[in-house]
Design a protein around this ligand. Structure first.
Ligand code: SAH
Ligand code: F3S
Length: 451
């Protein structure tokens, strides 16, 4: 049985795409290798959001090819995903031993291309065209039969692409226009996951608040996205719903109301803000102001006071002054994010921001990045420390990633809790007393009721 090794760079969307490709390959009789050296085919699922991610994948491919030549393995190599989409043929010109370049609308063709490569009927394939309906093809899941975290919590891709065109972002070019799956199709997938024991589903897309805008539209004051959440909420046996990533522009009162009214929609909101300066938000083409962002958070906290709020921030966008940057620091102090991903601005080919004046020197970006990290850490550590002494409901996902002798679960607000338990707890909702905390992890004791 020929085997394929898939390495994934980047976001949860990429993880999900790789999983679907792996499941499709397995259905066609391929084994999924866990060692790149023994696999017949190695696929790198790439990320283009920052330059570093691209360089990592290119260097990795160079190493793999060098090794294969030395050992005369005859392995086949492919790039897929965002960098494959944006660089196409150029990747083969740069690394002539690459056999396959598979774009973001072609994941479902992976098995076909792998088969042709192994049979020797094709070589040097670049398949990056747009394909109508491709958004509905990311639906296969991997269940390896063990009671792992995977069987408890799953990601479901609800849409592809993004039309927002933030001036720094390459995603609209690599993922294409927004295309949404139907509510029925998504519910069928979610239901089949729940039938296989899944307890928590994360609805996934680049801009989920734009889900179904054109295809489905609003009804009774509810956006298509809220209609989708309600439909998934109906599924018996499903305990929790999450989603990522929404956009502040589409974060309407109907979505706030959903948090208030739908108990399975857990108290967790990852809402990328990017900057605390209105001037920067405008240059970034984000479509909201700082005041609008803080208003959304205030509304969420009004209905769910404990809600875990996360965000993405970019420091060093072209033209960012010290005063603009200070506004981002002050926003972090004001909101107190549970979790902030802070990125150094990375110039991306063909994006409007790449040609803007006042690109900042790397030292300035590094220095601001460190300062903002410190401010964000302060809030996060305090939020985690404040959990000590509370009782929280966790969904147990499996053995702890940090210490295999322990188990771990996640609170509704999206904090990991490590506790003494056993694999029979996997998939259960447990109440735990929080007894300790670091800046990223909680420690808990399962609460023994009636004592
Ligand atoms: N809506 C998607 C955005 C994908 S990019 C999602 O939330 O998954 C993820 C994050 O990467 C963005 O929110 C942004 O903070 C960051 N990012 C995007 N382009 C970037 C760039 N050119 N430089 C640095 N960070 C960037
Ligand atoms: Fe990128 Fe902005 Fe869309 S960050 S994914 S263009 S919302």
């Amino acid at each position: 049985m020929p085997s394929v090794y898939i390495k994934t760079y980047g976001c949860q969307m990429n993880e999900r795409d790789s999983e679907a490709v792996a499941a499709q390959l397995m259905a066609k009789g391929y084994a999924i290798a866990d060692d790149e050296k023994v696999a017949d085919v190695v696929l790198l699922n790439t990320c283009s959001v920052r330059d570093m991610a691209e360089q990592k994948a290119i260097n990795k491919m160079g190493d793999l090819i060098g090794n294969a030549r030395k050992r005369k393995t005859g392995q086949k190599f492919g790039f897929m995903g965002c960098m494959a989409q944006s660089r196409g043929q150029e990747l083969i010109e740069r690394l002539p031993d690459v056999d396959l370049v598979l774009g973001t609308q072609k994941f479902h063709r992976a098995a076909e291309h792998v088969e042709a490569l192994l049979a020797g009927t094709s070589s040097k394939v670049v398949d990056t065209a747009e394909e109508a309906g491709s958004e509905a093809t990311i639906k296969e899941h991997l269940f390896d039969g063990t009671a792992d975290r995977h069987a408890v919590t799953c990601f479901v891709s609800i849409m592809q692409g993004c039309n927002q065109y933030c001036t720094f972002c390459i995603v609209p070019y690599t993922r294409g226009r927004e295309r949404s799956r139907s509510i029925e199709d998504i519910v069928v997938e979610c239901r089949s996951l729940v039938d296989r024991g899944v307890k928590e589903i994360t609805l996934l897309g680049q801009i989920v608040t734009s889900y179904g805008k054109r295809e489905i539209g609003s009804r009774d004051g509810k956006s298509a996205f809220v209609q989708l959440i309600e439909a998934v909420h109906e599924i018996d046996g499903l305990d929790r719903i999450r989603f990522t990533s929404p956009h502040p522009k589409g974060y309407g009162d109907d979505l706030i109301k959903a948090f208030a009214e739908l108990p399975k929609l857990v108290e967790s909101a990852h809402l990328p803000v990017q900057s605390g300066s209105d001037r920067m938000l405008k240059l970034m083409h984000r479509g909201y102001t700082r005041a609008r962002f803080t208003e959304i958070i205030a509304k969420l906290r009004a209905v769910k006071p404990d809600i875990g709020v996360g965000t993405d921030i970019i420091v060093g966008f072209p033209g960012e002054t010290e005063a603009d940057f200070e506004e981002t620091v002050s926003l972090c102090r004001e909101i107190r994010f549970q979790n902030a991903f802070i990125f150094k601005y990375s110039q991306r080919k063909d994006t409007p921001a790449a040609d803007m004046p006042d690109q900042l020197p790397q030292e300035v970006i590094e220095e601001r990045h460190a300062r903002l990290l410190a401010a964000a850490d302060e809030a996060r550590i305090e939020i985690y420390q404040n959990e000590i002494g509370r009782r929280r409901e966790i969904l147990v996902e499996g053995p702890s990633r940090k210490n295999a002798a322990k188990m771990e679960g996640r609170t509704r607000c999206n904090k990991i809790v490590v506790f003494d338990g056993s694999s029979r707890h996997t998939g259960q909702l447990l109440d735990v007393n929080i007894t300790g905390a670091t800046g990223t992890t909680l420690y808990g004791d399962p609460a023994i009721l009636n004592l």
